[in-house]
Design a protein around this ligand. Structure first.
Ligand SMILES: [Fe+2]
Length: 198
């Protein structure tokens, strides 16, 4: 392997992902969403990290790709933890982001207070009124004092609501563009880790 080649996975961190899933979490919360788009549109959005710096300024100060391979991306996010108060305070977190299968994306983020947030997105297509829809199960797991669990549920609902509204216009536009037969430019250099899944 030359010094410029990066392995397909980041094994040590990926291994820890399995452990935290089974042992370390005492909090779990699932948001179920239904979207009038196929999975490939949603996956494009979830792996197009560049748009975070422009579209999600309310929740994120910045998003920086540190390492990227075919399925795994290591990112630095500046997170506006107090977005609901509109306070300009943000903390750096590191995120391991992995496309496990075309329908299943998971990530592990460090928390500014220590510990981790483990997130899974499971997607399933179905047909409604002759249109392809996707059900998304967005599962959050972490370890936190029981005292703050109700706050965490409230926080995640607000967080998801803001991001979903901001993403929706992009998803709708891309769906229309693809349905009209347009294709991505082959020299598009934006990191989109879904390549190869069609
Ligand atoms: Fe987004």
């Amino acid at each position: 392997m030359s010094k410029y080649e990066i392995p397909d996975e980041i094994p040590a961190f990926g291994h820890y992902l399995e452990k935290i899933n089974n042992q370390d979490c005492n909090f779990e919360y699932c948001e179920v969403m239904h979207a009038p788009f196929p999975i490939k549109i949603l996956r494009w959005n979830m792996t197009d990290f560049g748009h975070v710096n422009w579209v999600h300024r309310r929740c994120y100060h910045h998003c920086k790709v540190l390492v990227h391979t075919g399925r795994v991306t290591l990112l630095e996010y500046g997170v506006n933890q107090f977005f609901f108060l509109k306070l300009p305070i943000w903390f750096n977190t590191v995120m391991y982001h992995e496309i496990k299968t075309p329908n299943y994306i998971r990530h592990l983020s460090s928390s500014p207070l220590g510990g981790y947030t483990y997130t899974e997105m499971k997607m399933e297509e179905y047909i409604k009124n002759n249109k392809v829809w996707t059900r998304i199960d967005h599962i959050y797991k972490m370890r936190a004092s029981k005292f703050i669990h109700p706050f965490l549920r409230w926080f995640i609902r607000r967080w998801t609501d803001v991001l979903w509204k901001e993403d929706y216009a992009m998803l709708e536009r891309r769906n229309k563009v693809l349905n009209l037969g347009f294709k991505d430019h082959p020299e598009d250099t934006v990191v989109r880790a879904h390549d190869g899944f069609g």
